[in-house]
Design a protein. Structure first.
Length: 357
């Protein structure tokens, strides 16, 4: 992001503004806070494609009747170690918050648990949810399916979402170690953000509608994403669609409407798992063993062209620490869109206080 096109904002004020916008749009207070927290957390981690840039998109879908204003969550099925929740076309973050609470409670009592969510919407970053599970002294796993924007390996037609997978574990340092990856070469949200900012994308991320490589994000959005590592990313995306879509009763594959193009509720599926570390060993022992694992990875001699070796999530954690202390960068386009959305919902006071630089 070019420094001349960047606006630095205070993350707390950004979070308060996001919450105020959702409240202005008529969401219940608790739901507005959950969604605002999750979006700003993405910005803090440097995952701007899943941050406040989504606010206007979310609310446009709500105004078109594609997402309910308030979320009602029903328990469809439940056992001691599993549950299936119906979000009733409510907010993905709100349903996910409840799913995390349920999966942690069950894993605390029985050692491990799985909770699925159906009939839901975009839930933000998978890492946001697994980090919450890890903060309870557990291994957290989560995935969600998405609209079909990626062609399976060897196919000409997109029938897969960029279905992400996240795994988070407690660590010796206190901050969890978190893997969060899309099954595409790059998350589609980054292409959407590039299109908003008028920036090109690297070649190899996507192909046009007729199968040609492209660096134009708008052509890419009309075409298909490419799976990471060819058949490996493709196979993983397929199996995650099975777990999040087929298994939960949600839409899957070609049946998932596109978030921006199709005027239908998406009815997405999510899955959450928790493994209580105490079911295997004491949490203290696990943290000590994790410290050894982290040390042996980070102290590995870097190969030519690399300065250091990282654990999953190191980059995001460093960005979060920097953004909390010195300001959170937003592109000028996203900043102006955010303020326009705020005014549309009657939130016009103290907007200038967002800026830190």
């Amino acid at each position: 992001m070019d420094a001349q096109e960047r606006v630095s904002v205070d993350w707390r004020r950004l979070q308060a503004l996001a919450r105020a916008i959702f409240l202005g749009a008529g969401l219940p207070d608790g739901e507005a806070q959950i969604i605002a927290d999750s979006l700003v957390a993405a910005n803090l981690a440097g995952v701007h494609s899943h941050g406040v840039t989504r606010i206007s998109d979310y609310l446009e879908r709500m105004e078109r009747g594609l997402v309910t204003r308030a979320t009602r969550i029903d328990v469809v099925r439940e056992t001691a170690t599993t549950a299936l929740l119906d979000a009733n076309n409510g907010w993905g973050q709100v349903a996910s918050q409840r799913a995390v609470e349920v999966v942690v409670e069950k894993a605390r009592d029985f050692g491990s648990a799985w909770v699925g969510v159906s009939n839901s919407n975009h839930y933000g970053t998978a890492a946001y949810w697994t980090s919450r599970i890890a903060s309870e002294g557990m291994v957290g796993i989560s995935s969600t399916n998405a609209s079909p924007v990626m062609a399976p390996f060897g196919a000409r037609r997109a029938s897969l979402g960029t279905n992400p997978i996240s795994i988070a574990v407690p660590s010796g340092s206190g901050a969890p170690v978190i893997l969060d990856m899309a099954t595409s070469i790059q998350a589609r949200g980054k292409i959407i953000l590039a299109a908003k900012n008028g920036e090109p994308i690297p070649e190899g991320w996507a192909i046009t509608r007729d199968g040609r490589p492209t660096t134009d994000p708008r052509e890419a959005l009309e075409g298909s994403m490419l799976p990471a590592a060819g058949p490996k990313g493709s196979g993983l995306a397929i199996m995650l669609d099975v777990l999040t879509g087929v298994l939960t009763g949600a839409r899957f594959g070609l049946g998932v409407p596109r978030m921006y193009e199709d005027p239908e509720p998406q009815q997405l599926g999510h899955i959450f798992a928790a493994i209580n570390v105490e079911a295997m060993m004491s949490l203290g022992e696990f943290r000590a063993r994790m410290s050894e694992k982290e040390r042996e990875t980070r102290e590995s001699p870097p190969a030519e062209g690399f300065d250091r070796v990282l654990m999953p999530g190191d980059v995001e954690l460093e960005k979060e620490e920097a953004h909390r202390s010195s300001g959170l960068p937003l592109s000028k386009g996203v900043y102006e869109e955010l303020l326009s959305t705020a005014r549309r919902y009657g939130v016009s006071r103290r907007l200038d206080e967002l800026r830190t630089m």
